[in-house]
Design a protein around this ligand. Structure first.
Ligand code: AMP
Ligand code: MN
Ligand code: MN
Ligand code: MN
Length: 285
């Protein structure tokens, strides 16, 4: 494992730790390079950066942006973004706007399976109300005994065909890549293993993404199985995409990977962090 992590979440979106607590956890574990990539929002970056500086951690501004591509939800990570860029800020606002109404509809749909008060319940797990989302509902459903953990929630609820699912139109792929580039950032396809779209569609996605100015793909992700890492390393090499590595950490004990460390990239991948000015000495002791 290397003490570098380019994908994680704080209470600014659907993580359970404040930016300060998140970075303090990384410092306690010996992490050296960190990007905070909250969903559709940059509100946690300043606090995280200040805490990282106090611990001598190299900090990279990030965001994970929600996209609707061919009726599917995809996530695009932007790294090295300027959060003050107006194009990016306006774009992210346009996505956040609508989450509260969506959450009310999700709660209304859960009533039909006998789950009351899910809106208020989910909101109790949400520090940034404009970012209310499925993870907050998942935590409430676990708390109220509807599932043993959030993984199980996402099998029984909140996904297409199950109670609490509400289709939502996020931003267009080309727009999101454009906002990230306008903000000086590098756009990266997040956790490609999650999309289950098959080789041909994946290549079409990569082609459209690159044409829009996208440059990288997550090869190592907390959402990837051991066999998916070499598979996406091959895709990165053959498509000349920069390779990224992140835990996708949300909360202690929730999901597989803790924050601050990731597996090294397979041979032949070009690490995205080299483009961000990170050298081996920044994370190798
Ligand atoms: P939203 O943006 O409100 O649709 O929420 C998406 C978030 O739900 C993701 O960022 C994950 O944190 C969580 N999520 C979605 N699907 C799953 C899953 N299968 N397992 C665990 N968490 C999931
Ligand atoms: Mn999330
Ligand atoms: Mn994601
Ligand atoms: Mn994520």
């Amino acid at each position: 494992m290397i003490p570098l992590d380019l994908h994680c979440h704080s209470t600014a979106s659907d993580g359970a730790l404040s930016p300060t607590d998140l970075v303090t956890r990384v410092a306690g574990r010996g992490g050296r390079v960190l990007a905070l990539t909250d969903h559709d929002c940059t509100a946690g970056l300043a606090e995280a950066r200040a805490t990282a500086a106090a611990h001598g951690i190299r900090f990279i501004n990030g965001a994970e942006v929600s996209v609707t591509w061919r009726k599917r939800t995809l996530h695009i990570v932007g790294l090295g973004i300027d959060p003050d860029c107006q194009v990016l800020a306006d774009g992210l606002y346009s996505i956040r706007h609508g989450r509260v109404d969506r959450a009310r509809e999700m709660a209304a749909d859960l009533i039909r399976v006998g789950i009351d008060d899910a809106f208020a319940g989910a909101m109790r797990f949400c520090s940034n109300p404009e970012m209310i989302g499925r993870t907050h509902f998942a935590r409430y459903l676990v708390e109220s005994g509807k599932a043993k953990d959030t993984q199980q929630v996402f099998k029984r609820y909140l996904v297409e065909g199950k109670p609490g699912f509400v289709p939502f139109e996020w931003a267009a792929l080309g727009d999101v890549v454009g906002w990230i580039r306008a903000a000086g950032g590098i756009a990266i396809i997040a956790h490609p293993g999650r999309y289950k779209i098959g080789k041909r569609l994946m290549l079409e996605l990569v082609e459209e993404f690159k044409a829009a100015g996208g440059e990288g793909i997550e090869v190592v992700s907390g959402s990837h199985s051991a066999s998916e890492i070499p598979q996406f390393a091959h895709l990165a090499r053959s498509q000349e995409l920069l390779a990224s590595s992140g835990s996708d950490f949300h909360a202690p004990g929730e999901g597989g990977r803790d924050v601050g460390y990731t597996l090294p990239l397979p041979a032949g991948c070009v690490p995205v962090w080299e483009r961000l000015g990170i050298v081996a000495g920044d994370y190798e002791k």
